[in-house]
Write a protein that binds this ligand. Structure first.
Ligand code: SAH
Ligand code: AVI
Length: 319
């Protein structure tokens, strides 16, 4: 399986330079921060898959239930292609593919190139009549769709509430970029996690088995391996909590001691208790998300939720 735009062997030279520059800038900032997209090397993708099966992590199984019950694909124009942003394990798209046997092509887009290649191969084996055209790219920037789908009617799919990992202005920019990539009269199906009882949210990001902690700490192993740093993983602890004023779960890594870490020949000092902010996971209300979509030029055609209203799936069209 060819993965378009970059090899499946890891970061290319430019991506390595960008990763290094982002890490140095983030760790030199006050408070320290790292971009959530850097969680996803091959090990991070596997850890996220493990998270999706945890009893406390309700989003994946809830969204799967909604996707199974909703008729999301409807009538498709001949030759339609489905473009998924942040495809991960492709488990969810199988529900859509099974409901739309006339789809001509499927374009999974993901930053985790090696995992993407393996998942695309598995999907192609299971759907031999579908053209599977993986694109390894960072969807926070501009990227090209494969030439085979240009000019075709396109449906976008952005599940998992990955949109919640964006700041509100980044969510707006993503929705506008998606409109440009998918073209006029396209559709976009977006999974959005909802505001709910804080205890449910807290448990989902503080699982008893400690998988979310390993996922969070994995970004430090990745920096050690790819940027020649010497983070001691035992000297940092996973912290996740709900920030009600911002309607978001925040994930941090907290330094358990005063210490110095070498990163690419620089020394980064940490105070005891100091944190690196690694992720936000915004939770929306249905009205708030419809307003965000509308501001970016998308009209809400239908919204599907589970009975407890834990999660939502929004069917948008270009207005
Ligand atoms: N769609 C799956 C996976 C969600 S996890 C699900 O709903 O379960 C988020 C996915 O988005 C991961 O596969 C990760 O590698 C990918 N991702 C995160 N940031 C990205 C970025 N900036 N560009 C492209 N892919 C990204
Ligand atoms: C991918 N994203 C929507 C997940 C979330 O819930 O924000 C990532 C995650 N972080 C910790 N657990 C899962």
């Amino acid at each position: 399986m060819d993965v378009i735009l970059r090899s499946a062997l890891g970061l290319d030279r430019d991506e390595h330079e960008t990763f290094l520059a982002d890490v140095i800038a983030g760790l030199s900032d006050n408070p320290k921060r790292l971009g959530a997209k850097y969680f996803y090397d091959a090990a991070g993708s596997l850890l996220f898959e493990e998270i999706t099966g945890l009893p406390e992590y309700y989003p994946t199984r809830t969204e799967m239930g909604i996707l199974r019950g909703a008729r999301l694909m409807g009538e498709l124009a001949p030759g339609t292609a489905l473009v998924e942003f942040g495809s991960g394990s492709t488990a969810k798209v199988r529900v859509l593919l099974d409901a739309a046997p006339s789809l001509a092509a499927y374009v999974p887009v993901d930053i985790s190139a090696e995992f993407l290649g393996a998942e695309a191969t598995r999907l192609q084996d299971d759907y031999p009549h579908l053209k599977v055209l993986p694109v390894a790219a960072d969807f926070t920037g501009l990227f090209e769709l494969p030439p085979q789908v240009r000019g075709r009617p396109l449906v976008g799919f952005f599940p998992g509430s990955t949109i919640g990992n964006f700041e509100p202005h980044e969510a707006d920019a993503f929705l506008r970029r998606a409109a440009r990539i998918l073209g006029p009269s396209s559709r976009l199906i977006v999974g959005v996690d909802l505001v709910k009882d804080e205890r449910v949210l807290h448990a989902a990001y503080n699982d008893a088995a400690g998988v979310t902690a390993r996922f969070n700490l994995n970004v430090l192993s990745r920096i050690n391996r790819e940027l020649g740093a010497d983070f001691d993983l035992d000297a940092f602890a996973h912290r996740a909590f709900y920030n009600p004023a911002r309607s978001r779960i925040e994930m941090h890594l907290q330094s358990l001691a005063r210490q110095k870490v070498r990163v690419a020949r620089r020394t980064i000092p940490f105070r005891a208790g100091e944190t690196i902010h690694t992720e936000n996971s915004y939770k929306y209300t249905l009205a708030r998300f419809a307003a965000v979509a509308a501001a970016a030029g998308w009209e809400t055609r239908a919204v599907f939720t589970d009975p407890a209203e834990y999660f939502s799936v929004h069917a948008l069209t270009q207005s």
